[in-house]
Ligand binder design. Structure first.
Ligand code: HEM
Length: 366
């Protein structure tokens, strides 16, 4: 058994509950990560060409000033799934985190630097100065953080390489090599970021009261085009990812309930492609809003599939996540759920207040 011993303290709630909470909160984290990476990419390109093109300048600014807020969501929505993942998969996840320890701790410094750059970008955007080189550096830093996350989440599935890695660097000054799933997995995150952001900017175009007509047209038609192209790329990377999974993992996945996740993911890609074409052809809030909903479903389907790949891979290697001692403490669970729902309601209230304030500001300017 290559995994460390099981924690002597039993789980305080059933495995299924932790899994549901993990998938819900991780979907929210992924939506925020996608908006951050995709937003940085689009805004950087548009600011780069902005000198000669007014609509691009306006669109780039509209995205740039929102990115620091998106980053707060990336971080805050990352904490809950990290806690749930540690509860469920601690024996694998703690080990892989230690094996790449220097890089893992380095995430904090990289995060602070990338975040600082976002504030600089937003400030320069407000002042009407160019900033694409700053957002480009931030994009590179943040993409590298994503790369470190992918390294950790895949290394936790490979107990067979742990001992050798520990022998070669006990302080974790190394990144794992030789895993064919890493590149397509990281690329999938990058490309799906552009898909979701493409859809999100069509929502921005449909809902903004302050943007010019040219900027709105640019956001809608380019947003939809980018989303459509990236959906095709996502399908290709999906096939690649599937093909590099070990045969036993694929067999177990197809024989389990996760098969519905496969259907849901492919179905959501297809539906989203049709909705995005509708958004490109027709102005208005409805196509953009429905597409956004489908895009979030697609992210959640990817989270479910990813969960299946992890569980089946660990099962093949001897760890069954469902076989853990559980002593449910329902009063604590009820308290947690109450606070969790109240927290979500407060966040929703904050967002609605922020939108109200922004609208008032726009009306006053008019
Ligand atoms: C700019 C900052 C961040 C980026 C770009 C980012 C990106 C990513 C990516 C790409 C993955 C998927 C990796 C994979 O499975 O291939 C991921 C997973 C995850 N991230 Fe983030 N992340 C960021 C910050 C954070 C922070 C600050 C936290 C927590 C405090 C966090 C918590 C998580 C968790 C818990 C997972 C998945 C764990 C699991 O597999 O169950 N992330 N992140």
């Amino acid at each position: 058994m290559p995994f460390p011993n099981i924690d002597p303290i039993p789980l305080p709630a059933p495995v299924w509950l932790f899994k549901v909470l993990h998938m819900v909160t991780l979907s929210l984290h992924f939506v925020a990560v996608n908006l951050l990476i995709g937003g940085l990419l689009l805004a950087t390109v548009w600011n780069l060409v902005a000198k000669s093109k007014k609509a691009q300048a306006e669109a780039a600014k509209a995205i740039a000033i929102r990115l620091p807020i998106v980053m707060t969501y990336v971080i805050n929505l990352g904490v809950p799934p990290l806690l749930f993942a540690q509860v469920l998969y601690g024996r694998a996840l703690y080990t892989s985190s230690i094996l790449i320890g220097l890089y893992w701790i380095g995430v904090i410094l990289l995060l602070m630097f990338g975040y600082y750059l976002l504030y600089q970008v937003a400030k320069r955007a407000e002042e009407g100065k160019t900033w694409w080189w700053l957002s480009l550096v931030s994009l590179l830093v943040i993409s590298y953080i994503a790369r470190i996350y992918t390294a950790n989440m895949t290394l936790m599935l490979r107990p067979e390489v742990w001992l050798e890695m520990y022998r070669s660097s006990a302080i974790g000054a190394q990144m794992p090599t030789g895993d064919p799933t890493v590149l397509p997995r990281w690329l999938m995150m990058m490309v799906s970021s552009l898909t979701l952001t493409g859809v999100a900017v069509t929502v921005l175009a449909a809902s903004s009261k302050s943007l010019s007509l040219e900027a709105k047209n640019l956001l809608r038609s380019w947003g939809a085009a980018v989303a459509l192209i990236c959906l095709i790329a996502e399908a290709a990377i999906g096939l690649w990812l599937w093909q590099v999974q070990p045969a036993k993992v694929v067999e177990l996945l197809l024989g389990s309930k996760y098969l519905y996740g496969v259907y849901l993911w492919w179905g959501s890609l297809l539906l989203l492609a049709l909705l995005v074409i509708w958004t490109k052809l027709r102005e208005g809030a409805l196509p953009a809003a429905v597409s956004a909903l489908a895009a979030v479903v697609s992210v959640s389907a990817a989270v479910v599939l990813r969960d299946g790949i992890r569980d089946m891979t660990l099962l093949v290697k001897g760890l069954d996540v469902w076989q853990q001692p559980v002593v449910s403490s329902w009063s604590v669970v009820a308290l947690f759920l109450g606070l969790f729902i109240a927290g979500l309601a407060v966040v929703g209230w904050m967002i609605s207040l922020a939108i109200g304030v922004a609208r008032k500001g726009v009306e006053q300017n008019v």
